[in-house]
Unconditional design. Structure first.
Length: 317
């Protein structure tokens, strides 16, 4: 099969390779679409970190069709259209036992510690199938949207972990990339009465309005503290700008939620007046990845979202 193998910084090679042997409970999937995550881009431009196998097939935002079923696998058949959770959890460690399989310390990571979806085929390990991480996609869902299920799962996990969004809530999403626009759609779906985005690109701001934003603010000129004061029920930071993150603390109402979703450069620190958190009873929440259950619920939400609108370009392998 053909696969795009990353060896080092900006060293990506399209090669022929043998498919990984199929395990008894495993599946073979022909890749139909594979999203390009920001983490994939970072690994290409900076080189894979030591946790990555080398060479590695990147890609964890996947939709594909089952072409081969392991002899002991049940519930799947050739021709099934599926998506995959981003992690392969052990399901027996303390984190998994509490339902936090996104924090499994023994987890294998698709496109990192095991080969991902930037190839013609992907061999799904037995543990992924047994953990429930291979999920059927509804027939009416666009395949590009199906590949972006992981974005929905991660945003859903984040919002609910931070206390959720309720009817009448006022929400600001800082960052209007694909994940920010996913947060926007979910916040509106959950009943928020006002959702604004803040971003730098005019095309993204236009798209935010099309997807239901009440306002799409220009981050290069908007004075967020002057505009909102401390009035927002929830502020979602989906941009890796530490200055913006520091400012976001001042936008949350007393008792409100600050959700830190974006990744930052290792070693980044945030000066924080602890009294601000204490006396205003702020709830600061970090979030990473999603659970298998989050992914399954995300698939169920796809027909109510417009994830295919977030795709800006598509390329063959």
């Amino acid at each position: 099969m053909k696969a795009a193998l990353l060896y080092a910084q900006e060293d990506l090679r399209l090669e022929e390779m043998e498919a990984i042997p199929l395990e008894p409970y495993g599946l073979r999937v022909r890749i139909l679409t594979c999203g390009l995550c920001g983490s994939d881009q970072r690994m290409f431009f900076t080189g894979p970190t030591p946790r990555y196998i080398n060479p590695v097939i990147l890609g964890h935002e996947i939709a594909g069709v089952v072409t081969e079923v392991g002899k002991l696998a049940v519930g799947y058949a050739t021709g099934d259209i599926v998506t995959l959770a981003p992690l392969i959890p052990c399901m027996i460690c303390p984190a998994c036992s509490r339902g936090y399989d996104n924090l499994c310390q023994q987890a294998q990571v698709i496109g990192c510690t095991v080969h991902g979806g930037m190839a013609e085929y992907m061999t799904i390990p037995s543990q992924m199938v047994l953990a429930g991480g291979v999920i059927h996609l509804p027939g009416e869902v666009d395949l590009k949207a199906g590949a972006l299920t992981e974005l929905v799962g991660c945003a859903l996990h984040s919002l609910e972990g931070a206390g959720g969004v309720g009817p009448g809530d006022r929400v600001l999403i800082i960052g209007d990339g694909p994940i920010g626009l996913t947060f926007l759609q979910l916040a509106k779906l959950m009943g928020a009465s006002y959702v604004a985005t803040s971003g730098r690109r005019p095309a993204r701001r236009e798209l935010a309005l099309e997807l239901g934003a009440d306002e799409a603010l220009d981050a290069t000129s908007a004075d967020l503290p002057a505009r909102f004061g401390q009035s927002l029920d929830q502020v979602v930071v989906a941009a890796s700008n530490i200055e913006v993150t520091a400012e976001a603390v001042q936008l949350v109402r007393p008792g409100g939620q600050l959700l830190l979703f974006s990744g930052y450069t290792y070693g980044t620190t945030l000066p924080l007046d602890i009294n601000t958190v204490h006396y205003r009873e702020l709830h600061v929440h970090g979030s990473i990845d999603c659970t298998v259950q989050d992914m399954r619920r995300a698939v169920g939400l796809l027909p109510q979202l417009q994830m295919e609108q977030l795709v800006t370009a598509a390329f063959p392998l």
